[in-house]
Design a protein around this ligand. Structure first.
Ligand code: C2E
Ligand code: MG
Ligand code: MG
Length: 736
């Protein structure tokens, strides 16, 4: 096909005037039949199963047949070939056949097209048609001007078919359906070349300047050849392999078409253009306007979506995604070239969630967000990372400012929150990483702030600025989890004991056992740093057993030394699932020859929240075995004492968030006094937690509270230290 086309082109270039049998006859026909043959070969190869291929083959053949008639008539007759003739039937059939082929081609993909794409396509089609209508207007006018005859109809049919074909091709190009398909470009080019040849031919003919055997004649052969190459390629590439590819390209066709439509309208205002051209141009602009309106709405929707995507539903703060999107820019544009990333994690959030329900937990997070955002500068960014984690990026902050802000925020969150009438106390641990010294990008910074946060949590310092040593310790959760498993087997967990002082006599009859982890690298860790993990790793039952064993061993030692102390052990809410706990505990006490009164168990209110019936049953069995039960952190879980009435308990431990503000706040003091009174009226002992100074101690004595526990008396300490502390106290009492 290529060779024949080449020969024909060379022939045309050497062509003199007039009809040449060799060039215009033999070579011209051969150059047009070759594409037809190619199409038929493909049709046979595909067993006539592909509609597009068969239609294209028929179309190309029809064109070639039409041309055969024309050539034969030209060669035979001295006079001009009449118009219209059988040749025009062949030519004209080509267009509807190709249009149907195009329709078949895109039919399958048409359903997937969205309205904007269809509009793009309409804009493209109308714009191209408007331009073509202007170009063809002399032809159309002269055709319409004459009396209506078959000749006029055929004369108008050609440019109209060209118009349709160009509109279809440009319209499809605008849909981007075949954007990346190079073959599609071949077809587009082929059809455009054919249409262009038609237009030039028609113009020359109406101007009386057409001559056979010029380069124009090659246009049809080239167009048909391109169609044949496309047919061949389309058959080889599997259907659907050509993928649409959005991008700047999407706009090219509609934009060019709109510009074309506009140009046509402007031209028409200066020089009379045909009604068809003006109507097409007007349609182009109408479609374009609708498309713009649609695009605008899409943009608004996208903006809205973007906002939603970057906002935390609960608190309305920016979320993690927003942080990732925003921070790189903020870091590079940081004032003074420095920033600080603060990572905040609430300390007892899980407890709040478990005991008070997610609704209250959510409210707490909202209020925490509000408190935090009220205290940040305009250039600072606050975001919720998820769960109980917040992040703050401080602009132009070094270590000093970061620490100052952390201290302020820590104090700010320490004040109790009132949630649905319940006072909730929460604490926060803040990890700080500095840009650019401790991380050049956000990820590195976040990792280090995270390590610093865990350090702060473990060491209870409230906040911690990252130092390189933290990295070596790799305070990474997964690692800790692994280490935790070995900690249990390697006996790295130890107990510290905090005394409970009898406010009546000043004597100590009981202690609370509090677990600590002697981490081989990170040193002594407090429960906040690992209890959640123990729970997550499903190791709580194992840990509770270990704590019970150690506490009871210690109680046995004290009993042997004739300084018996009741040891209180904390039970987690998940112990409720441990059905044989009461019997196990009883036999552990029994094995050591201890009185059952040597052991007390502290549970929090969430122990009962999860499954009240089950909780009550377990407590009853424990109580029946002679073991004392205390409700820990009392006041943080429930506002009512009523439900305690039918529970088998001995003691309430008033949470330190009520006790600590007592000294300076008369209302807090009054609340404590009435709570003590209520406890007594229910026949329960009251222990005040968190007694940090003498004034509080004295007031509690005045209120008739039973026991006090707190740093003012003693911090939790190892058993040996406790024994010394007790001995010192006994001496002092004697000395008085
Ligand atoms: P808790 O049972 O309420 O224990 C009292 C906590 O308050 C202890 O923290 C103690 O160090 C602290 N504390 C005592 N006096 C004061 C004071 O005057 N001021 C202040 N600010 N704090 C004081 P610790 O040892 O970190 O324990 C935290 C919590 O971890 C415990 O709260 C308890 O719920 C849990 N826990 C501790 N040991 C165990 C255990 O062996 N098993 C289980 N399941 N939980 C445990
Ligand atoms: Mg306790
Ligand atoms: Mg407590």
């Amino acid at each position: 096909m290529g060779l024949l086309l080449g020969a024909y082109l060379i022939g045309l270039s050497l062509h003199g005037t007039g009809f040449s049998l060799l060039v215009d006859g033999w070579l011209g026909l051969a150059a047009q039949y070759a594409p037809a043959v190619v199409c038929w070969i493909v049709a046979v190869r595909t067993r006539f199963r592909r509609g597009t291929v068969v239609l294209a083959a028929v179309a190309v053949t029809s064109f070639a047949l039409g041309n055969t008639y024309y050539v034969v008539a030209s060669a035979a007759g001295a006079t001009e070939v009449p118009f219209p003739s059988l040749a025009d039937v062949g030519y004209l059939l080509f267009y509807p056949l190709m249009l149907v082929a195009l329709a078949v081609l895109i039919r399958r993909r048409l359903r997937a097209l969205t309205l904007p794409v269809l509009l793009d396509s309409a804009v493209g089609a109308m714009g191209a048609s408007a331009v073509l209508a202007v170009l063809l207007s002399p032809v159309l006018e002269s055709a319409v001007a004459g009396p209506l005859s078959l000749g006029t109809v055929v004369a108008i049919a050609f440019p109209l078919f060209d118009l349709l074909l160009v509109a279809a091709v440009v319209g499809i190009a605008a849909t981007q359906v075949f954007q990346s398909g190079r073959r599609w470009i071949l077809l587009t080019l082929g059809l455009l070349v054919l249409a262009a040849s038609d237009v030039v031919y028609a113009l020359r003919l109406s101007a009386g300047t057409y001559e056979v055997g010029t380069a124009l004649d090659a246009g049809w052969a080239i167009g048909l050849a391109l169609v044949a190459v496309w047919v061949d390629g389309a058959e080889r590439s599997p259907a659907g392999a050509e993928r649409s590819q959005a991008g700047a390209w999407t706009l090219v066709v509609p934009a060019a078409a709109t510009a074309a439509g506009l140009t046509v309208l402007i031209l028409s205002s200066q020089k009379q253009e045909s009604v068809l051209a003006v109507a097409l141009a007007a349609l182009t602009l109408i479609f374009a306007a609708v498309r713009t309106q649609l695009a605008f709405r899409e943009l608004m929707k996208m903006n809205d979506l973007r906002r939603q995507v970057f906002t935390d539903d609960l608190t309305g703060l920016p979320n993690r995604r927003a942080l990732y999107a925003d921070i790189p820019d903020r870091l590079t544009n940081a004032a003074g070239g420095r920033s600080a990333l603060l990572l905040l994690d609430l300390d007892r959030f899980k407890e709040v969630n478990d005991s008070l329900g997610h609704d209250i937990g959510d409210r707490l997070l909202v209020q925490v967000g509000q408190r935090l955002s009220g205290h940040l500068g305009a250039g600072d960014l606050l975001a919720r990372l998820g769960g109980d984690e917040f992040a703050i990026l401080l602009d132009d902050a070094g270590s000093d400012r970061a620490v100052a802000v952390a201290t302020t925020l820590h104090g700010l969150l320490a004040a109790p929150f009132t949630l649905a009438g319940i006072a909730v106390q929460t604490d926060v641990s803040i990890g700080i990483a500095l840009y650019p010294d401790q991380g050049k990008d956000f990820r590195a910074l976040l990792r280090r702030a995270d390590m610093a946060m865990y350090k702060a949590k473990g060491a209870r310092t409230g906040h911690h600025v990252f130092v390189s040593a933290d990295d070596r310790h790799g305070d990474d959760r997964l690692r800790t989890l692994q280490e935790l498993r070995t900690a249990l087997s390697r006996d790295e967990l130890v107990l510290h004991y905090q005394p409970k002082v009898d406010l009546d006599t000043g004597e100590v009859h009981g202690v609370e056992a509090l677990v600590r982890w002697h981490h081989p690298v990170r040193g002594l860790l407090y429960p906040d740093a690992f209890l959640e993990l123990v729970e997550e790793a499903g190791l709580m039952r194992e840990m509770t057993n270990l704590v019970l064993r150690k506490a009871l061993d210690q109680a046995a030692i004290w009993q042997v030394r004739e300084t018996p102390l009741t040891v209180a052990v904390n039970l987690s809410a998940s112990s409720l699932m441990d059905a044989d706990l009461p019997e196990r505990v009883a036999s552990m006490v029994d094995e050591r020859g201890l009185e059952t009164s040597a052991l007390a168990l502290e549970i929090t209110e969430d122990f009962l929240m999860a499954d009240r019936g089950r909780g009550k049953a377990i407590l009853t069995r424990l109580r029946d075995a002679g073991i004392q039960i205390a409700i820990d952190d009392f006041g943080t879980g429930y506002s009512s004492l009523a439900y305690l009435r039918d529970l088998p308990i001995d003691e309430l431990k008033l949470d330190r968030s009520f006790v600590m503000p007592m000294a300076g706040d008369p209302r807090a003091a009054a609340l404590v006094a009435s709570t003590i009174h209520l406890a007594h009226s229910l026949g329960l002992r009251m222990v005040a937690e968190g007694v940090e100074d003498a004034a509080t101690y004295d007031r509690l004595v005045g209120f008739g509270c039973d026991h006090a526990q707190g740093f003012h008396l003693s911090r939790p300490i190892p058993a040996a230290d406790l024994e010394r502390w007790l001995a010192g106290r006994a001496e002092a009492a004697l000395a008085v």
